[in-house]
Design a protein around this ligand. Structure first.
Ligand code: SF4
Length: 452
């Protein structure tokens, strides 16, 4: 099969299912080679014609008007003869030009968007199963979508919160050596993960059990310590989101990494209450810290930081005054994302022996008051984002409505809100998009795609 068609375009054809047209300069050609290599490595075949393919990929050029016209004409030909077309390449960086002429293309991505093209192909033409290759991916088996992954850095906990039985089930803190964690993180990113969600029972205590023992990573010696972990993860090409951090003074040290854009400006801190006396009865880590002062300092260092937390109302002995302290604390703290539970005794927890059980109707009433305040704060903080431009990570596209569910730096998967984008059929799960925020409600934002 000749590598060029009558127009001088490279057309990769063979016996198979994907038609591939590569237009433009050698850089685009190298991109095409990379995509074709990945397609072939996954067992896809290439087709000798648009009509004989199950799907067509067009790698476009957008350098001069003639190249734009040629790209748009080629997409039109592929749509007429095949109907299922994935568009990538330089012209893909201006999706509106493509979508205005050809609204039915399956997805549009810019140059070097290899993962996104593969993701679009997987979405519309599921990859053939290869029992040899598919046995175990290098990043291990993950239950999350391909573009984000949880990175567990330790197991167990050294604290003894009175409502919790985790330490009795999982034991004291056991941190993974930093080299192990970073190697896993690197493998995940190489496999296409774009967001690493750091989890543990107490992320800020990472390495305490190992006395911050040094370990090797990329030929260097690094301490197994919270700050060092954040710094090294920040060098990988992925979003890094920190969960389950406690408000200890040393957490302040990672705020500059957030302000520099190395680590996402996001902290998930289970404060659980705002009243010092309740926190003391709960025996919470860092209960003696002045958390409002700490939050103020974090916002000074990194004004864009998003703070997420969970709370418990109706803890044994919680008085009306203590609950009011919590509401006042919320007014001051202005947390962005908040969850709240009504206290319920866990078998084996020491809090069960505390006096002053809060009656269920009081607990329900406090929960409603708390959630109402949290919703007001959330709505006003989200409204302040209208007009801002931000990069989001696309999780899903509803095939019926064409609305994409995406997340910004402020939104952890599953637990936080979303950025909804209309007319986004051409996006693919796991791709980045740049949006301007045009509307908000209590928990979600609406964004409009920006030309890149
Ligand atoms: S910090 Fe407290 S609530 Fe969290 S796992 Fe440890 S003991 Fe349980």
């Amino acid at each position: 099969m000749p590598p060029f068609d009558v127009h001088g375009r490279v057309v990769t054809e063979s016996v198979g299912k994907i038609g591939f047209v590569s237009l433009g300069c050698p850089k685009a050609l190298v991109d095409s080679e990379t995509i074709l290599t990945r397609l072939r490595a996954e067992g896809y075949e290439t087709s000798s014609s648009f009509a004989g393919a199950d799907l067509v990929v067009v790698n476009t050029c957008g350098f001069i008007d003639a190249a734009v016209e040629e790209s748009l004409d080629t997409i039109g030909e592929a749509l007429a003869e095949n109907g299922r077309v994935v568009v990538t390449g330089c012209l893909g960086a201006r999706p509106r030009e493509i979508l205005e002429r050809h609204p039915s293309v399956l997805s549009v991505t810019g140059p070097h968007a290899f993962d996104e093209v593969m993701s679009a192909v997987h979405q519309h033409l599921p990859r053939p199963h290869d029992p040899y290759m598919d046995l175990l991916p290098p990043q291990g088996i993950k239950l999350t979508p391909r573009h984000f992954a949880y990175l567990k850095i330790s197991e167990g906990c050294n604290h003894r919160c009175t409502f919790c039985i985790i330490p009795s089930m999982r034991g004291d803190l056991v941190s993974r050596p930093i080299g192990d964690v970073l190697r896993e993180a690197e493998k995940l990113v190489t496999a296409g993960v774009k967001e690493l969600l750091v989890i543990s029972q107490d992320t800020s205590a990472y390495g305490v059990d190992l006395r911050y023992a040094p370990d090797t990573w990329q030929g260097r010696t690094i301490k197994t310590r919270f700050y060092d972990l954040c710094k090294e993860l920040g060098e990988l090409d992925a979003w890094v989101r920190l969960h389950y951090v406690y408000p200890y003074p040393h957490v302040d040290d990672v705020l500059p990494l957030m302000a520099e854009g190395k680590v996402l400006p996001y902290l998930d801190i289970p404060f659980q209450h705002g009243s010092p006396s309740v926190l003391k009865r709960m025996r919470r880590p860092a209960h003696a810290e002045n958390t409002l002062e700490r939050i103020r300092r974090w916002r000074q260092i990194c004004p864009d930081i998003t703070l997420r937390s969970t709370f418990i109302v109706g803890f044994p002995g919680e008085t009306e005054a203590e609950f009011q302290t919590l509401l006042d604390w919320m007014d001051e703290a202005q947390l962005d994302r908040v969850g709240c539970f009504q206290y319920s005794p866990v078998e084996g927890a020491r809090a069960n022996a505390l006096e002053g059980a809060v009656p269920p109707e009081v607990m329900q009433d406090r929960w409603e008051q708390f959630m109402e305040k949290a919703a007001e704060i959330s709505a006003s903080r989200l409204a302040a984002k209208i007009g801002k431009r931000m990069r989001v990570l696309v999780d899903e596209i509803d095939p019926e409505t064409g609305v994409a569910q995406a997340r910004s730096a402020s939104d952890a998967p599953e637990i936080d809100g979303q950025v909804l984008i209309e007319d986004a059929r051409h996006l693919v799960p796991g791709s980045w998009a740049d949006v301007e925020i045009v509307a908000s409600d209590t928990y979600d934002l609406q964004g409009e795609l920006l030309e890149t």
